[in-house]
Design a protein around this ligand. Structure first.
Ligand code: XIL
Length: 667
C-alpha cells in the first residue's frame, strides 16, 4: 500500500515528529499479499530554507558566525552564510536530539556553496553523537568537491543506533576555513515496509542441517531489524562489540555497554551467541603492544611476558563476563599469511611472542569457559595455499594439546569467486583432522573487482548472487555433518561492512534488501524453483583474486621510468588524533605486485589502526604492505589505504615516501 499523504513540517517539534512516524508506521502495516511490499513516500521531518529570515535552529559549532544571507540562494532568495571559521571542523550545526528517532533510517540532504572569492575545497556532512561527556562523529556524506560558482548537493542516510544525550548534524570542510553557504537542508525518512510474515523462516528451512546466524550491531536489535532477526535466525555474532578495541580500549578500563546489550538481547530471545574475537591483529588498541612510556614491545622475555599477561587478563575478563551465554568463541582471527614460508602472519602478536600468543589464548579461554567451543577463524580459507597453511597450523597446535575445537571459514566471497569445487575442497581438507567447522562471516559481494561501482544493484548480478547462495548452501547442506553453524556477516543490505570495504560503494551482499525484504538470494536457499535457473556457463567463472606471485626483489631491474607518486591527505584532525589517507600511483612501467610502501613521520605521530593494508611502525618509520585483495599494483594503477593516528604538538606531513625502495614524488 502507498501512503496517500506525507508528513511535511518545517522544523517539526519532536513529539509531533514521533506522532507522525507512528501514524505512518500504522498506515503502512497493512496485511501483506505477496512479497515484496511497495515503498511509501518519504516523510520530511525537518526542512530549513532560511526564507523566513531566521537561521532555523542552525548554530555555529564553535566561535564562527552563522547568519542569513541574500548573496546567493539555492531556492528562493536566502541561504545561511557561515563566516569567521578558524578550523576546518567548524561549520553550521543543527541539533537533532528531539527530532531523530533511534533505529529509523533518515536521509539528510543539504546544498553547499563556497562564498564568493573562496578557493575550491571539499565539504562533508556528519553527525555528532554525545554521550556521558564523550563525542563520536559519524560521516553521512564524505568529502565532496565544492566551489564558489555552483551549489553542491550532499545527501546520505543515517540511522541512530545508540542512546545519546546530544545529537547534531553539521557541515565542515576537508582542509580550509572558507566562508560557505548552506541551503535547503532536509531530513526525511522512508516509512519501512512491513517485515514479511508469509515467507518461510530461514531457520526452519535449515533446521535439520545447521543453525543459521547473522552478525549484528546495535541497529539489528531494535525495531523491524530485530523482528527480522528473530524470525529467521538461530544465532548471532556481535560484529564489533566484543573486539578488543570495543571492550578494553585502554588498559584495565573495560567498556561493556554494547556487548552487554547485544548479548542480553540474544539471551532474552533464545538466540545463541558466537563470540568474535579475542586475539586479532586489527581493532586492537596500540597500548597492547607498547610499554607504559609508548615504546613498542620487542620479543625480549620481559616484553613478551607483559604481552601474554595482558592477553590473559583480557580473555579472563571478556570470556568470564559472559560465561555460558557465549557458546562459541573465535579465539584467534586471521593468523595465517600464506605468503610466509611457515604460513604465520607477522602480526605484532607473532613478532613479540611467536606462537605463544595462540597457546596462551586457547589455554586461558578453555580454563575460563570449559564448555565453550574454541575456534580459529580466517578468510580466504578456500585458497589452496592458505587452506593448507591453516590446516598445518591447526594440526600442529592440536598435536601440542592446544585446545582448538574448530575452524571458522569466513567466506567473504563474491558473485564470481570462488568455485563450488574449491569451496568443497576447503571443507574436505579439515575433515581428517576431526575438528568442527563453521561458516562464520558469509556474504556474497555483487562486485568482482575494486573498480566496479553500481548506484543500485543490477538485476543480473542479483540473479547470479542468488545462484551463488543456492549452490553454496546446497554444498553446506551436503556437509551438514561437518558444519555446526553457518553465519552471514549482517542481517540485510541496509547495513553491511562492504559499503565501505574495500572501497566506498553500495554493496548488496546479503539475503534481505535495504528495506528488509527477501531477495532472490533468500529464495536461492529457501526455494530455488522461484528463481531463474542458471544459464550454462561457457567459461569457468573461477577467478582467484588473492594469490599473487612474489617477485624476487633483486631480479627486477629498476629504470629511470620506474617511478611512483604519493598523495597524502589528512581527512580529519582533532586534538591528539587524526585520520589520513595515502594513495600510491604506480607511474612507472612495471607492476609492483606484493608492494611495500614506506615513509617517515617527522613529529612523532603514531598509527593506531590502518585499513586496506598491514602496517608496521618502528619509531618514525612506517611500512605498509597489502592485504590479500590489493597486492597487485600494475603499471598505471594505484592503491589507497587509510589510517587513524595520534599526534602531539604538531602534525606535519610525512617525508620520504617510497614504493619498493623507489622514491615517490609527492602531491
Ligand atoms: C568488520 C566489521 O563488520 C566492520 O564493522 C569493522 O569496521 C571492520 O571489521 N573479518 C572479520 C570481521 O573477522 O571482524 C570483520 O568485521 C570483517 C572481516
Amino acid at each position: 500500500m502507498r501512503a496517500a499523504w506525507t508528513c511535511r513540517h518545517r522544523l517539526l517539534p519532536g513529539l509531533l515528529a514521533l506522532a507522525c512516524l507512528a501514524t505512518v508506521a500504522v498506515a503502512a502495516a497493512v496485511p501483506l499479499t505477496s512479497p515484496p511490499a511497495r515503498a511509501a513516500d518519504p516523510v520530511v521531518v525537518l526542512d530549513a530554507t532560511f526564507e523566513d529570515g531566521t537561521t532555523q535552529g542552525f548554530r555555529p559549532r564553535a566561535g564562527e558566525t552563522v547568519a542569513v544571507s541574500t548573496a546567493v540562494a539555492h531556492g528562493g532568495t536566502r541561504s545561511l552564510l557561515v563566516s569567521g571559521r578558524t578550523a576546518s571542523w567548524q561549520g553550521p550545526a543543527l541539533d537533532l536530539l528531539d527530532e531523530m528517532v533511534k533505529g529509523t533510517r533518515y536521509t539528510l540532504t543539504v546544498w553547499v556553496r563556497l562564498a564568493a572569492g573562496q578557493s575550491p575545497d571539499q565539504v562533508r556532512l556528519s553527525v555528532q553523537r554525545d554521550s556521558g561527556g564523550t563525542s563520536a562523529y559519524d560521516q553521512v556524506v564524505g568529502d565532496t568537491a565544492v566551489t564558489a560558482d555552483a551549489w553542491a548537493r550532499l545527501t546520505g542516510t543515517y540511522v541512530l543506533a545508540h542512546d545519546v544525550d546530544g545529537l547534531s548534524a553539521y557541515v565542515e570542510t576537508a582542509g580550509g576555513t572558507a566562508d560557505l553557504h548552506i541551503d535547503d537542508f532536509t531530513m526525511a525518512y522512508q516509512p519501512t515496509k512491513p517485515v514479511q510474515t508469509d515467507i518461510p523462516a530461514l531457520r526452519e528451512v535449515l533446521a535439520a542441517d545447521f543453525p543459521i546466524g547473522a552478525a549484528i550491531g546495535n541497529r539489528q536489535i531494535i525495531g523491524d531489524q530485530a523482528t527480522l532477526l528473530r524470525r529467521h535466525f538461530d544465532t548471532v555474532t556481535p560484529g564489533n562489540a566484543l573486539k578488543w578495541d570495543a571492550t578494553q580500549p585502554t588498559e584495565g578500563a573495560f567498556r561493556w555497554a554494547d556487548a552487554d546489550t547485544q548479548v542480553g538481547f540474544a539471551t532474552d530471545n533464545g538466540l545463541a551467541v558466537r563470540g568474535h574475537t579475542l586475539v586479532w591483529h586489527q581493532q586492537t588498541p596500540a597500548w597492547v603492544f607498547t610499554d607504559t612510556d609508548g615504546t613498542p614491545l620487542t620479543s625480549d622475555p620481559a616484553d613478551k611476558a607483559l604481552l601474554l599477561s595482558r592477553l590473559e587478563a583480557h580473555i579472563r575478563a571478556v570470556v568470564g563476563r559472559y560465561g555460558d551465554a557465549i557458546g562459541v568463541w573465535d579465539v584467534a582471527n586471521e593468523v595465517i599469511d600464506e605468503n610466509q614460508s611457515d604460513g604465520l602472519r607477522r602480526s605484532r602478536w607473532y613478532e613479540i611472542s611467536g606462537l605463544d600468543y595462540l597457546r596462551t589464548a586457547f589455554r586461558v579461554a578453555r580454563e575460563v569457559a570449559p564448555t565453550a567451543r574454541l575456534y580459529i577463524n580466517d578468510y580466504n580459507t578456500n585458497v589452496p595455499a592458505k587452506r593448507d597453511k591453516l590446516r598445518d597450523l591447526v594440526t600442529r597446535l592440536r598435536a601440542e594439546g592446544v585446545p582448538v575445537d574448530g575452524v571458522g571459514h569466513q567466506m567473504h566471497v563474491n558473485v564470481q569467486w570462488p568455485s563450488i569445487a574449491e569451496t568443497e575442497a576447503m571443507l574436505q581438507a579439515f575433515v581428517p583432522l576431526g575438528v568442527e567447522q563453521q561458516v562464520t562471516e558469509m556474504d556474497v559481494s555483487i562486485y568482482v573487482d575494486n573498480s566496479e561501482s553500481f548506484p543500485t544493484p543490477p538485476a543480473d548480478r542479483l540473479l547470479t548472487q542468488a545462484h551463488r547462495y543456492r549452490d553454496l548452501f546446497a554444498l553446506y547442506r551436503r556437509y551438514a555433518d561437518e558444519l555446526t553453524s553457518v553465519t552471514l556477516w549482517g542481517l540485510a543490505d541496509d547495513d553491511t561492512w562492504l559499503d565501505t570495504f574495500p572501497v566506498a560503494r553500495k554493496d548488496a551482499p546479503l539475503l534481505f534488501d535495504t528495506e528488509l525484504q527477501a531477495k532472490s538470494a533468500y529464495w536461492g536457499i529457501v526455494d530455488p524453483t522461484r528463481i531463474d535457473p542458471t544459464p550454462t556457463p561457457t567459461v569457468s567463472p573461477t577467478v582467484s583474486p588473492t594469490v599473487s606471485p612474489t617477485a624476487s626483489p633483486t631480479a627486477t631491474p629498476t629504470t629511470g621510468l620506474d617511478t611512483c607518486r604519493a598523495t597524502y591527505t589528512v581527512t580529519n584532525q582533532w586534538p591528539g588524533g587524526f585520520q589520513a589517507s595515502v594513495r600510491i600511483t604506480n607511474t612507472g612501467g612495471r607492476a609492483h605486485d606484493g608492494w611495500t610502501v614506506r615513509w617517515r613521520f617527522p613529529d612523532g605521530q603514531r598509527i593506531s589502526q590502518l585499513w586496506n593494508g598491514t602496517v608496521r611502525q618502528d619509531g618514525a618509520d612506517v611500512s605498509v604492505t597489502p592485504t590479500s585483495w590489493n597486492s597487485a599494483l600494475p603499471a598505471g594503477g594505484a592503491v589507497e589505504f587509510g589510517f587513524l593516528a595520534t599526534w602531539k604538538t604538531s602534525n606535519n606531513r610525512p617525508v620520504g615516501f617510497t614504493l619498493d625502495g623507489l622514491t615517490c614524488t609527492t602531491g
